[in-house]
Design a protein around this ligand. Structure first.
Ligand code: MRU
Length: 368
């Protein structure tokens, strides 16, 4: 097949045409995205490899728990709700691959897999939530075969539920947006960060679906560029107008009156703070100063009512992510680097928590 040839791939309900490397652009990718999934089970575990975007939209078959952990650590699959589904599917995968012949032996193996998967990224609560849900369903069974069936059924339920919840949440949040709004977002809280639809971008999608004209300002999101690579790609694919900016431009845009609202997602919402991609806190402080509403969109599964900001481990990542970009060195070799993946925004800076149960203005929290 010539390198410019189009490969038609169809997996589960995820349909796309990807072009070969030397000739592809986002526009070349014909997508049937609105109902497509980021992670799914089709005779095994599949996910969209997000490290290849925006250049290539490629499905990746996950063949072992070790490979899933690598995919989570390197952000091939990322975003709190997608990690929740990855956690559930990870247990289903471990169960399906295990040769264990009895329930006790299989549960021992699953406990091991559960610890390893949960440890792969500590901050997004949905990862351990998804693992725990599948483990709980498995633990109720009496035979190894029933454990395998129950773990997969629970993982599929988490995935289906995610899309339903995001659409509800989107509808609730869409009421907060006015026709003509310019909305700033940070990182990617879209369908790629979920199984489908998205949280922060789901709100924007729902507003657009309701006939409102929304213009998105997407912060690039250093150091891994989830904003420029993923949010801009998603908005382009849906033909929602988007302008890419560097993270440090948001204050200046707010001062010029170019931002009406800010909406971000969350990796964990404790009793006192929202944990989200590093840089979120700065946008929240700037929004407060400029009297711009700052909203957080997240499903109830992202809420952690047992903990406060001080209890949470923030993932620190390899400094090379900051020092190198696309293989080019941007800082002197050996320089000291601090690279936290997330920051905490105190709830008093949040104008509303957009959930599937409605919008809650802190200190009000959604019911459990
Ligand atoms: O490091 P990432 O890309 O997994 O970080 C993701 C975020 O911070 C998202 O904003 C968050 O998970 C919400 S996704 C709906």
């Amino acid at each position: 097949m010539p390198t410019s040839a189009i490969i038609l791939l169809q997996a589960n309900n995820f349909k796309f045409i990807a072009q070969h490397k030397n000739n592809n652009t986002s526009e070349d990718l014909l997508l049937s995205m609105s109902e497509s999934k980021t992670i799914w089970w089709d005779d095994g575990l599949w996910l969209v490899d997000q490290t290849r975007l925006p250049g290539e939209l490629l499905p990746l078959r996950i063949k072992s728990v070790r490979q899933l952990i690598e995919a989570i650590k390197t952000l091939r699959v990322r975003g709190a709700p997608a990690l929740g589904a990855a956690g559930g599917y990870g247990i289903a995968l471990a169960a399906s691959l295990s040769p264990a012949g009895n329930a006790a032996e299989l549960m021992d193996e699953l406990e091991n897999a559960a610890d390893m998967i949960k440890g792969s990224r500590p901050t997004a609560i949905n990862l351990s939530w998804g693992v725990d849900r599948a483990m709980h369903a498995a633990a109720l069974q009496e035979t190894a075969e029933d454990i395998r069936i129950a773990a997969l059924r629970e993982a599929e339920e988490i995935a289906e539920e995610d899309i339903r919840i995001n659409k509800l949440l989107g509808k609730n949040g869409a009421r907060l947006l006015d026709d003509g709004d310019h909305v700033l977002t940070h990182c990617n809280a879209g369908r790629l960060a979920c199984v489908g639809w998205g949280t922060a971008l789901g709100v924007i999608r729902s507003a657009v679906a309701a006939g409102k004209h929304i213009h998105v300002y997407s912060c690039e999101t250093r150091p891994l560029h989830q904003g420029s690579r993923l949010t801009c790609w998603e908005m382009n694919a849906d033909k929602i107008p988007v302008t890419l900016i560097c993270d440090n431009m948001s204050g200046s845009l707010m001062r010029k009156g170019k931002i009406d609202k800010v909406i971000v997602g969350a990796d964990r919402i404790t009793r006192d703070a929202v944990f989200n991609k590093i840089g979120t806190y700065s946008h929240a402080v700037l929004a407060k100063h400029h009297k711009i509403p700052f909203y957080v969109a997240a499903p109830l599964s992202t809420f952690d009512r047992l903990h406060e900001e001080k209890d949470i481990v923030v993932e620190e990542r390899d400094g090379e992510e900051i020092c190198c970009m696309a293989g080019v060195r941007l800082a002197p070799q050996g320089i000291e680097v601090y690279n936290p993946a997330f920051d905490a925004t105190p709830l008093e800076l949040v104008s509303g928590l957009i959930t599937e149960k409605g919008v809650f203005r802190p200190p009000l929290m959604p019911p459990i």
